[in-house]
Ligand binder design. Structure first.
Ligand code: HEC
Length: 167
């Protein structure tokens, strides 16, 4: 091998190395440029793992006693919900039969019977007053006929039903 040949080889080899180094730098710069343009993406697996870490370490299982206590608490909450009479029915006839007829059908406690002349003077007061008196109670009639779970709307509907019965 001649010295000339060696020199040529070293020169070419060096040029190749320099070329490769430059190429590497270019690739790195390009990668950085692209990376900076990308939105930083949320890793859903990492988010799930984070939420998982925030979970309480353990639930308390209090056995049958605990279950019974939970059921009792739920029942108490349900009972505390305001209950509307007759499942909230807006059927005037149904409400009248079940809550008003006991007095108004027989004249109990001096309740006006369901005949026109018993109501003549009362009707003059107007629907609003009749309903208000039925809600608040009047004379021997207790508020809402004694059914405090009747809504204002239900009282109004049953009064309207009673007045309809008169003619
Ligand atoms: C416990 C018996 C009783 C029950 C139950 C009852 N009422 Fe009466 N009601 C009366 C009596 C007594 C009066 C007459 C009061 C008075 O004028 O002194 C009356 C009067 C009324 C009047 C006339 C009020 C006025 O201003 O003149 C209306 C309207 C009325 N009742 C509606 C109802 C409705 C609706 C129901 C059912 C939700 C009902 N009542 C249930 C006893 C009862």
């Amino acid at each position: 091998m001649s010295a000339e040949h060696d020199r040529l080889f070293i020169r070419n080899f060096s040029l190749t190395l320099v070329g490769l180094v430059l190429f590497t730098i270019v690739i790195i710069l390009a990668a950085l440029a692209i990376h900076n343009q990308l939105e930083p993406s949320e890793n859903p697996a990492r988010e799930a793992a984070r939420l998982d870490r925030l979970q309480p370490v353990a639930g308390v299982f209090a056995g049958e006693t605990g279950r019974a206590a939970a059921a009792a608490a739920a029942a108490a909450a349900a009972a505390a919900e305001p209950q509307v009479a007759f499942g909230g029915s807006l059927d005037g006839a149904l409400i009248y039969e079940r809550a008003c007829a006991s007095c108004h059908e027989v004249g109990a406690a001096g309740a006006p019977l369901m005949v026109a002349n018993a109501w003549a003077g009362r009707i003059e007061q107007g629907m609003e007053t009749l309903v208000a008196n039925a809600i608040n109670g009047i004379g021997a009639m207790p508020p809402r006929g004694g059914r405090r779970d009747l809504s204002d709307e239900q009282i109004e509907i049953s009064v309207a039903y009673m007045l309809d019965m008169l003619d």
